[in-house]
Design a protein. Structure first.
Length: 254
């Protein structure tokens, strides 16, 4: 039997991630090793006042977490143990220690006895959990899974915990208020029935329509070395019905 694998926490490009569980059936996983420190994009940030109201309000965060959980991408593969793991993950995120985190996605691979969990930190500008968040979730999730399945059965399940990623999907129109200060790559159908993709910044929106301008990012600047858009570019307006938007993601300007 191979020795138990230690949990790992690694800073990714913008997210942070950790291996919550990698252990044989009869051994308990070692606690996660602290990483040297999160990458700059993974540091805890103060939520912009314009982007969210009263981010420190417990009731507000609980409501946001419930909405995120309802929209989370979930795939248990039909495995009973994965359904139990999903329930454990939701219970952990409903506790007081992770009140500002929500489930972004949960994907089980039954053939590999593996679960990939992505956490969304509601009070972070980019939604990136800190290393402490990842370690806290990993520890509590392991304990909950042990209690629900028994240590032997739970020991065979590997779970990796990470953030939604640097270029996370933005739900339109639900998440536009939260991320309106950030540039987004928007894929949409143009008025002629063709496909278009632009890096935009949202200006106005409701449940049926959105209004955007070109984002002031390197990808949109036509003059090399220039730090801003041209006047003509700044005057461009994109009015896009919600129904015509196929996908929106945060844009990372390299």
């Amino acid at each position: 039997m191979s020795p138990p694998a230690a949990l790992r926490a690694a800073a990714l490009a913008a997210p942070v991630g950790a291996l919550a569980r990698a252990r044989p059936a009869t051994a308990r996983a070692a606690p996660p090793r602290p990483a040297p420190g999160p990458a700059p994009a993974a540091r805890a940030r103060r939520a912009p006042p314009a982007a969210r109201a009263r981010a420190d309000d417990a009731d507000y965060l609980a409501e946001e977490a419930a909405e995120e959980a309802a929209e989370a991408e979930v795939d248990t593969g039909g495995a009973p143990w994965a359904e139990t793991a999903l329930a454990c993950a939701r219970d952990v995120l409903g506790g007081p220690d992770l009140g500002d985190c929500a489930l972004y996605s949960f994907r089980a691979v039954p053939s590999a006895m593996r679960v990939d969990v992505r956490l969304d930190k509601l009070t972070d500008r980019y939604g990136s959990p800190t290393l402490d968040d990842v370690e806290t979730f990993s520890r509590k999730f392991n304990a909950a899974l042990d209690a629900a399945l028994g240590e032997e059965a739970a020991g065979g399940i590997e779970c990796e915990v990470s953030s939604p990623g640097a270029e996370r999907v933005v739900a339109v129109p639900r998440d536009l208020g939260r991320f309106r200060e950030l540039p987004m790559r928007v894929d949409f159908e143009d008025g002629a029935g063709g496909a278009d993709s632009q890096v935009l910044q949202v200006r106005e929106w409701d449940d049926e329509r959105t209004v955007w301008g070109l984002a002031n990012v390197r990808a949109n600047r036509t003059v090399k070395g220039k730090a801003t858009l041209s006047r003509k570019q700044r005057d461009l307006v994109f009015e896009i019905p919600v129904a015509r938007i196929s996908r929106a993601r945060l844009h990372v300007d390299f």
